[in-house]
Design a protein around this ligand. Structure first.
Ligand code: SAM
Length: 287
């Protein structure tokens, strides 16, 4: 949804922008082109590999980088003595580079250790969560973050197998989940999609980060500045929708989310569940 993002943020030469989920640097590079030569874009990612790649790929572009959670934006901005910016982009979820990395376990099509951390140097990998949590806790987590109606069955199977051989890889988890979901209840997506999503959200505390960021954002964006957020599932989209609707410091530019065209879904099937919401920071009232 590159065109939609550029229309939404309307980047201008000289502006200061933030891409809080820089990933492969695709959106970042286009934003940097638009703000050049006097502006800059700060690209943030929790994944150290993503930051290394961006530094390599975008050498010479008006880009600053920071490795960390986008919730640390106030600190990153304080370090460069720039309290507010003209626009912020968040493209939530995981990148194609992460999906293709066989050391991370993000894809059920590629076998690898079931890690699922955006930053593999911090926190707890997913396989350890599967070893440690109670059956009830696992079931609640898979239900809440994956909206998976067979969550109890999946949690029971995880606890049963871990007595002898704990789940350690993406293929082991994918085939376990597959065995728990009856043929007649399968839809177009892979039966393990919702369970992987749930574990990834839990491991990275994704909803918590988004909630915290939404409460910080209004004070970090100048009046007239814009925020564009792309979410990939209803749990995230609901948080964004509510924040833009309920916080009087935002004026929504999208009452309904913008979704990808059929052509984009055809060329990039992963975009099928993307929803873009955009808001403008309104000026504070003076009394
Ligand atoms: C969908 S990808 C972004 C792709 C990017 N827009 C591009 O053009 O290549 C999401 C990225 O956000 C990062 N990420 C997810 N949650 C984050 C957070 N709370 N703070 C910083 N980065 C985060 C992930 O590591 C991943 O690299």
């Amino acid at each position: 949804m590159l065109d939609e993002i550029l229309t939404a943020l309307d980047p201008q030469p000289g502006q200061h922008l933030v891409d809080g989920t820089a990933g492969g640097g695709g959106h970042l590079s286009h934003l940097a082109e638009r703000v050049a030569p006097d502006g800059w874009v700060l690209g943030i990612d929790r994944d150290p590999k993503a930051i290394d790649r961006i530094q390599e790929r975008l050498r010479g572009a008006p880009v600053k980088v920071a490795c960390g959670n986008y919730t640390e934006l106030p600190t990153f901005l304080a370090e460069i003595e720039q309290p507010q910016v003209d626009g912020v982009l968040l493209d939530l979820g995981l990148s194609s580079d992460q999906l293709a990395d066989d050391t991370r376990g993000f894809s059920f099509n590629i076998d690898g250790p079931l890690d699922l951390r955006f930053n593999p140097d911090a926190g707890e990998p997913a396989w350890r969560l599967l070893e440690r949590l109670s059956q009830e806790h696992l079931a609640d987590l898979i239900y809440e973050f994956g909206e998976e109606r067979f969550s109890r069955r999946i949690a029971r199977a995880i606890v049963e197998v871990r007595r002898t051989a704990p789940v350690r890889t993406s293929h082991e988890l994918a085939s376990l989940v597959q065995r728990c979901i009856p043929m007649r209840d399968r839809d177009k997506i892979h039966p393990a999609t919702r369970t992987f999503q749930a574990l990834r959200i839990a491991v990275n505390q994704e909803l918590d980060s988004l909630r915290r960021m939404l409460s910080k954002l209004p004070s970090l964006v100048v009046p007239g500045g814009r925020v564009a957020i792309i979410s990939f599932h209803s749990l995230e989209d609901r948080l964004v929708k509510d924040a833009f609707q309920q916080d009087p410091r935002w004026q929504r530019l999208t009452k309904k989310p913008i979704i990808p065209s059929d052509q984009e879904i055809h060329s990039n099937p992963r975009s099928r569940s993307a929803k873009l919401r955009v808001a403008v920071r309104v000026a504070d009232r003076t009394s």
